[in-house]
Design a protein around this ligand. Structure first.
Ligand code: ADQ
Length: 457
């Protein structure tokens, strides 16, 4: 068999541990270990004079090359344009975007600088796989430097509503950015439809006979690859976990939420729905406690400070209304918890609430399913707006804007028969096994490799 092409992965942060943990990071680590290649990303450090790529120690099979950002770049590129314009807009929150000319300039400058560093290490035959919204212009910058290798992109977050794209200061450039990649990978069919609709209505792109798109002189493909998890490793972690880690009495029901604290995750609506559920519940009925784990992320961004204050006030008011001497209905933990503990909580939970207003996929939904004991599985309540909803039709689907509907779903889930819980869980397990993380990496890279290297339709 001919040697496989060397893989170059580009992602915002490069893992610094030799043996990384976390689903996506492990998948990319495994892909690089098997093929050899290079992983390029930010070191997470800032420096006044960042200098060139520097080697980070890892495993012998592939190299890790990191770059530092200046303070100004971190503020403008990362906190500013990527997380205060692209993130909210792509999560359908155009009302939250904070457009700033200097931040946009830093976003472009970092992409140009990273492209120059990458161009120095690319060899003929390498394939490049660029990850996420921090690097939308990277393919275009690489093409400007003469890089002709196959370059793929994967967007981990939703594709925006086509009409909202007009709010991007870069809207005219987005077409050339997307078409500079040979394969533009998205999480769901819904994202692909939105992307194709935007290409058709707002750009000069044409559909070609072989299902590819053409924009100016470039041919490219837009396709969905729903990301998965390492099912066995999650199942093993849950099997090994201590499920008595909470002090809840065994007969008490646990309703769980595990999210990064982010306005896209729909946490205020979830708290409100749980409050309404408590209002529905018979006063002598079984007690259910909701445990929400939500460590704050990106606290330097104003919108994140606001959501944190809102949640704390809501938890206080629901508890004020419903708590009893020996029962606090909403518990809220703001620390990130280790994976083993999260796996134990998934296993202990009777109901899992995954109710984002918008989400690329949402791996928590899949991890919860993998962590269940098949003899007595819990119930997943899933928002229509999570990418995972396209696959996990065994979940109880909810509209996160309808908090009364969510309250009824919590009630229904807590009362569900073992027979129904089991049937729903089995159908979800089948899907998460069929499209696990290895399937995702393999199918994406196979599709990227099969893009013609010479640009033809
Ligand atoms: P995220 O927005 O981070 O990822 P998600 O996919 O749900 O969202 O979670 C990522 C990981 O973080 C999961 O493995 C989860 O276990 C862990 N995690 C989340 N909250 C945690 C907590 N409170 N404590 C400990 N661990 C926690 C982005 C996109 C998603 C997409 C992924 C992968 O926003 O839509 O699914 O990338 O493509």
């Amino acid at each position: 068999m001919a040697a496989e092409s060397r893989l170059i992965v580009v992602s915002n942060r490069i893992p610094t541990d030799a043996q990384p943990s976390g689903g996506l990071v492990v998948a990319l680590h495994d892909a690089l270990k098997a093929r050899g290649g290079v992983w390029i990303g930010s070191s997470g450090e800032t420096s006044d004079s960042p200098g060139p790529l520097h080697e980070i120690e890892g495993v012998p099979e592939y190299r890790k090359l990191a770059y530092d950002l200046t303070e100004d770049e971190h503020r403008g590129f990362y906190l500013g344009h990527a997380n205060s314009v692209i993130w909210p807009l792509f999560h359908h929150r155009a009302d939250l975007i904070d457009v700033d000319e200097e931040n946009r300039r830093q976003y472009m400058a970092v992409n140009a600088r990273v492209a120059e560093m990458i161009a120095k290490v690319v060899e003929p035959g390498d394939i490049l796989w660029v990850h996420d919204y921090h690097f939308l212009p990277l393919g275009h910058e690489l093409r400007k430097l003469g890089v002709q290798n196959r370059i793929g992109f994967f967007l981990h977050i939703p594709f925006p509503n086509p009409g909202d794209i007009a709010a991007l200061p870069d809207q005219k450039q987005l077409g050339p950015w997307v078409s500079s990649f040979d394969l533009f990978g998205l999480q769901t069919q819904r994202d692909v439809s939105a992307c194709l609709e935007w290409l058709r209505t707002a750009t000069e792109a044409e559909f070609t006979l072989r299902g590819r798109m053409k924009l100016a002189d470039r041919f490219f493909e837009v396709r969905s690859f729903p990301i998965g998890i390492d099912v066995d490793s999650f199942q093993e972690a849950a099997d090994a976990a201590d499920i008595t880690i909470t002090d809840l009495p065994v007969e008490q029901k646990l309703v769980l939420g595990v999210d990064r604290l982010d306005y896209s995750k729909g946490l205020p609506n979830r708290f409100e729905a749980f409050g309404k559920y408590l209002g529905l519940r018979a006063s002598d009925g079984p007690r259910a406690t909701m445990l929400q784990i939500a460590p704050p992320s990106r606290e330097d961004v104003e919108a994140y400070r606001e959501i944190r204050a809102e949640l704390e006030s809501m938890a206080g008011s629901v508890n004020g209304e419903h708590a009893e001497l020996d029962w606090t209905p909403i518990r809220y933990i703001r620390r990130p918890l280790p994976r083993e503990i999260v796996a134990g909580l998934y296993r202990r939970a009777d109901v899992m609430l995954v109710t984002p207003l918008a989400d690329g996929m949402n791996l928590v939904a899949k991890e919860f399913v993998a962590a269940q004991d098949g003899a007595d599985p819990g119930v997943l309540i899933l928002s229509h707006f999570a990418g995972a909803a396209e696959q996990l039709d065994g979940a109880l689907m909810v509209n996160p804007y309808d908090t009364s509907g969510m309250a009824r779903a919590i009630d229904q889930a807590l009362a569900m028969s073992l027979h129904e819980r089991h049937a729903r869980w089995l159908s979800m397990m089948q899907v998460i096994r069929d499209t696990d993380i290895e399937w995702w990496t393999e199918s994406y890279l196979r599709a990227l490799r099969s893009q013609p290297q010479v640009q033809v339709a």
